[in-house]
Write a protein that binds this ligand. Structure first.
Ligand code: NAD
Ligand code: WQD
Length: 342
């Protein structure tokens, strides 16, 4: 157990940030959240406070507002930062590239400016397996070539490069780039979970909205891929395992100088049809679905080689696909419309 520290979570009201906040608080760390609530609700943090004792403060700030961010950090005794804040919808990034580069890259630059002012030099960044683009082989390890195929992914790649340059500017920097595979599931209480705006882009929230009756049926994007059942294979990882990975990164960061990329995945892939079957099992009835055309940009198979995370962070994913579906369903069935407005 490392000593309690104070961790700044940018984007901490969001899906992954709120689950990570619970895990950090349970481990005795103090948590300071900055979030502009552009894709989240303060209700998530009220629920985090109910789930975990400890010291959590919230500041509604747009990361790009350097002076507002500076005011939050001043005197807060921040030891390290987990930088979740950003925009994450691939399709939207194709339509709005300037907004994506502004929020994701501009927000990171603003954050770095404030961290430099305050001498804070420990940072964990939410990167994504999307930086691997079309992988040459699976499982994907961190030495694989990067080459994102959409603007969202390119902002992640650019931020990784930026953080590499920053870490190279002083030996005091400790930066961990966590490349998440496909985060799904929810806190086992069902009190916090994923609450996308509008029509979900991602598979699990779409499946859960079908289960709860908000959507009629799932369209499976193609069943003619070169995989055993013809549907795409992904490395789904339970958000509580992901949260534990962030805790491990924060608690090990002192021994990780420089800048390094680490995959957070389970190491095993599931097809879309396997996810639908596991979700139907969790829900207790078949879920309507049909086969549609392929979605542009999907790769047939993507799953992690998670060995480096085990070696550097002492972390491994533990939860199974049935647990991911059971916890996602508990959240969705208890909160059919997501968080209440306001
Ligand atoms: P999310 O949208 O739920 O959380 C992001 C949070 O950032 C939101 O609460 C949003 O309000 C906030 N935010 C956005 N712009 C901001 C700004 N300018 N200032 C302050 N706050 C701002 O998304 P998530 O799924 O929790 O993802 C967190 C991070 O992980 C993101 O950087 C995302 O790109 C990355 N990631 C997510 C996935 C995934 O599938 N969920 C996969 C890989 C990487
Ligand atoms: C999974 C599989 C779809 C919806 C995305 C981002 C990636 C990362 C994680 C942020 C694919 C299929 C989906 C549907 C379907 N996010 N599917 N019907 O595409 O692996 O990754 O989220 O960094 O950057 O690209 O995840 O959940 O969208 O799709 O058949 O309605 O489910 O074709 O095979 P993806 P996903």
């Amino acid at each position: 157990m490392s000593r309690p520290s104070t961790v700044l979570l940018t984007g901490g009201a969001g899906y992954i940030g709120s689950h990570t906040a619970v895990v950090l608080l349970e481990a005795g760390h103090r948590v300071v959240v900055v979030d502009d609530l552009s894709n989240s609700s303060e209700e998530s943090l009220r629920r985090v406070r109910r789930l975990a004792d400890g010291d959590l403060s919230f500041h509604r700030v747009d990361l790009r507002d350097v002076e507002a961010l500076d005011a939050v950090v001043t005197g807060a005794g921040i030891d390290s930062v987990i930088h979740f804040a950003g925009l994450k919808a691939v399709g939207e990034s194709v339509d709005q590239p300037v907004r994506y580069w502004d929020v994701n890259v501009g927000g990171t630059i603003a954050l770095l400016e404030v961290l430099e002012r305050h001498g804070i030099r420990k940072l964990v960044f939410s990167s994504s397996a999307t930086v691997y683009g079309e992988p040459e082989r699976v499982p994907i390890d961190e030495s694989a070539a990067v080459g994102a195929t959409n603007p969202y992914g390119r902002t992640k790649q650019a931020i990784e490069m930026l953080l590499g340059d920053v870490a190279g500017s002083s030996p005091e920097w400790h930066v961990v780039l966590l490349r998440y595979f496909n985060p799904v599931g929810a806190h086992p209480s069902g009190d916090i979970g994923e609450d996308p705006n509008g029509i979900p882009n991602n598979l699990m929230p779409f499946v859960m909205q079908v289960a709860v009756g908000r959507r009629d049926e799932l369209t499976i994007f193609g069943d003619d891929y070169p995989t055993p059942d013809g549907t795409c294979i992904r490395d789904y990882i339970h958000v509580m395992d992901l949260a534990a990975g962030h805790l491990a990164a924060i608690e090990r960061i002192d021994s990780l100088p420089g800048c390094r990329a680490v995959n957070l995945g389970t190491g095993s892939g599931s097809s879309v049809l396997q996810v639908v079957a596991a979700a139907s099992e969790a829900v207790g009835r078949p879920l309507p679905h049909r086969i549609g055309p392929r979605r542009a940009g999907d790769v047939p198979a993507s799953f992690a080689d998670p060995a480096l995370a085990a070696e550097l962070l002492g972390w491994r994913a533990e939860r199974t696909l049935p647990e991911m579906c059971a916890d996602a369903w508990r959240w969705q069935s208890q909160n059919p419309e997501g968080y209440p407005a306001g």
